[in-house]
Write a protein that binds this ligand. Structure first.
Ligand SMILES: Cc1cc2nc3c(=O)[nH]c(=O)nc-3n(C[C@H](O)[C@H](O)[C@H](O)COP(=O)(O)O)c2cc1C
Length: 313
């Protein structure tokens, strides 16, 4: 059997360029950007525009979020121009700001607009156009099968289903049965997402859903080599302290000094599972000077299991 593709999930505030470059050290699998707002991009908001600095990245899928067809087409064309290998439309985000303007998960309640967006982007670019969605708005409206069928008819090349409703957010049971029903009904590839955190959960989700591929989100936090562990792709040994320092450097180059603040959550994730994590976080959070933070990182990770290693299989 061919190995299923394992996508790293779009995560706002997390799969920024620095984290993607760290992920790319380990995997050749497709990586999603964080969602990029099409309206703010259209009106040249500098931070959003910066998110499209992707020309140097390989196998990248740009995720767009919004509702206006004109902005969606413009954003997709730009992403294509800068080298995106796919465009994904966010039809699952539960954040209030998006819901109130009819985008994100709200599109599950507006199949006609959702399909129009897919059709428009398909016409605009020559790369695959996919959608990431959920099982439905809430338990009383689990409409993902019909919704995904309509998207397929509109021309979508792939659908990823996070097996939770909008109301569930990021907690509660993942409905793998429903992902399987989507897979049974669609001809295009269906990707299963939700609570895949290691090889055994990946095998189990694949067996339950029969999906064509998997998508991993939160499992990657502090563990950017996870995709390799899941699909048995070897990767070279490395010092964890060096990886964390490299990630911090990338954050500083991308965000400037503010990168020190943005990096904090990643530092905490890298420290997860290690004794002394709380103390480490307290020290890092209190420090404003880069070289001191670097020293705290070195001291903390050097004293602990300092590398992850996977031999060639
Ligand atoms: C902090 C955070 C940000 C997220 N941002 C996005 C996003 O920008 N676009 C999107 O489609 N999903 C987003 N998601 C959802 C994830 O892509 C994924 O569907 C969800 O976390 C379930 O997968 P997991 O259990 O592997 O984490 C986000 C999730 C988290 C936790």
């Amino acid at each position: 059997m061919q190995k299923p593709i394992i996508y790293s999930a779009p995560m706002a505030g997390i799969t920024d360029k620095p984290f993607r470059l760290i992920l790319r050290k380990f995997t050749n699998q497709p990586i999603y950007t964080e969602m990029i707002g099409i309206a703010t991009l259209f009106f040249n908001h500098p931070q959003t525009r910066k998110m499209l600095q992707i020309s140097d990245e390989k196998n990248l899928i740009v995720q767009l979020v919004g509702i206006e067809e004109k902005y969606m087409v413009s954003a997709a064309k730009e992403a294509y121009f800068y080298g995106a290998k796919g465009i994904d439309i966010n039809m699952g985000c539960p954040v209030k700001k998006l819901i109130t303007n009819g985008s994100g998960a709200s599109l599950m309640k507006d199949t006609a607009t959702a399909c129009r967006l897919v059709e428009a982007v398909k016409k605009a670019v020559d790369i695959p156009v996919s959608v990431k969605t959920r099982t439905g708005w809430d338990e009383t409206s689990l409409n993902v099968v019909d919704f995904a069928l309509a998207l397929e008819t509109a021309g979508a090349d792939r659908v990823t289903v996070h097996g939770r409703t909008k109301t569930q957010g990021y907690g509660g049971a993942v409905n793998y049965d429903l992902i399987r029903k989507v897979k049974e009904q669609l001809k295009i590839p269906v990707i299963a997402n939700g609570d895949i955190v290691d090889k055994s959960s990946a095998i189990s989700v694949l067996a339950k859903t029969k999906a064509d591929g998997l998508m991993v989100g939160r499992g990657l936090l502090g563990k950017p080599w996870l995709l390799n562990e899941i699909d048995d792709t070897p990767f070279p040994s490395f010092m964890l302290s060096e990886l964390v320092l490299e990630h911090l450097d990338l954050m500083l180059s991308y965000y400037g000094l503010h990168g020190l603040m943005v990096a904090r959550k990643h530092l905490a994730w890298y420290a997860s599972g290690f004794e002394g994590k709380a103390d480490f976080c307290n020290q890092v959070y209190a420090e404003k000077e880069v070289d001191k933070v670097q020293k705290i990182i070195k001291d903390f990770f050097n004293k602990r299991i300092s590398y992850q290693k996977k031999e060639t299989i």
